[in-house]
Write a protein that binds this ligand. Structure first.
Ligand code: TMP
Length: 302
């Protein structure tokens, strides 16, 4: 029975406020709406076969054991700093820039190929939450954009989508670190500004602007460029960290519904999550709750 499971895994601090937001968003219609989602442990499951699922960085095997070991050594060195509560933010930002730059350099030096990405994804332990395909499909029908923000690797995320969802969605765009390959399929550089965990949210929508140009072209000529972002002032935000709430910074949204997936330390974090997110899903819940929510928002237009 799916429904009782869903309810047991859902925490809503203020159902009345949520209903009010649903009504506002529904009244404004799908042309005013967009979805902004984190990738790792939000669209994907936190645990896969009982173990922590892999991230876009974590799954990558370069086909060059020395370089895989070097990237792992960087992870062992910098990850404790990433999660340290005592390092001041300016210092941590520098450290994260250092980590991401070194990792990107190793991927280039080690001769990463697109083929290695495909193989790594095929061998990875990563899985989408049940309902993600249906959610994207429902939104695609209504021409509602989904922006996936990640400090990981855009090309790996795209390959994960391709191999695991078995189809593409023209409304789904990824804002993440994007690779440039030469004619032999070998990584030569990264495009644009480096996106790490601490700047991911800062300029997220600026970085998304060119993608909205693309979406504008795909979806309707009247909706172009920045105007496209600005027009869609109602947001559904999906994240697994309190910091993900900042993914909509840069957009002066009118109404925002936030869904938080609380994956770990549930007892310690539930209080803060329920205050900050409109809906909190615990126990690695499926995406069906979000699907039900958007179906409820725009049922007649589907
Ligand atoms: P995000 O997916 O929440 O945007 O964050 C990306 C994660 O990637 C972050 O928690 C640290 C991790 N990471 C690695 O596992 N290996 C790496 O080489 C780098 C640079 C980051």
């Amino acid at each position: 029975m799916e429904q009782p499971d869903l309810v047991a895994n859902t925490v809503i601090d203020n159902p009345r406020a949520l209903t009010d937001k649903i009504n506002l968003i529904r009244d404004a219609g799908p042309s005013k709406f967009q979805v902004i989602a984190d990738f790792d442990a939000t669209l994907t499951k936190y645990r896969v076969n009982g173990l922590r699922g892999q991230t876009s960085h974590g799954l990558l095997q370069q086909g060059n054991a020395d370089y895989d070991a070097k990237r792992q050594a960087l992870y062992d060195h910098y990850h404790p700093m990433e999660i340290s509560p005592v390092i001041p933010i300016e210092e941590k930002t520098k450290l994260m820039e250092e980590w991401w730059s070194k990792t990107h350099d190793l991927l280039i030096e080690g001769g990463l190929t697109y083929d290695a990405i495909k193989k790594s994804v095929a061998n990875s332990s990563i899985a989408f939450r049940e309902g993600v395909t249906e959610l994207f499909g429902f939104l695609e029908k209504l021409e509602i954009p989904v922006l996936i923000f990640s400090a990981g690797l855009a090309d790996v995320i795209e390959e994960v989508l391709r191999q695991n969802l078995h189809r593409t969605f023209k409304n789904v765009k990824i804002v993440s670190n994007r690779m440039v390959f030469d004619d032999d399929g070998r990584l030569v550089s990264f495009k644009g500004k480096l996106i790490h965990v601490l700047n991911k949210n800062e300029h997220a929508l600026d970085m998304a602007a060119p993608l909205h140009d693309q979406l504008g072209a795909d979806i309707g000529e009247e909706e172009e460029g920045n105007a496209y972002v600005k027009q869609r002032t109602n947001v559904l935000l999906l994240g697994d960290h309190l910091g993900d709430l900042r993914m909509s910074d840069g957009l002066s949204y009118e109404t925002r519904i936030c869904i938080g997936f609380l994956n770990d330390n549930i007892e310690k974090s539930l209080e803060s999550y329920r205050k900050e997110f409109d809906l909190v899903y615990i126990n690695d819940a499926p995406m069906r709750g979000a699907l039900e929510l958007v179906s409820q928002l725009f049922s007649t237009e589907a």
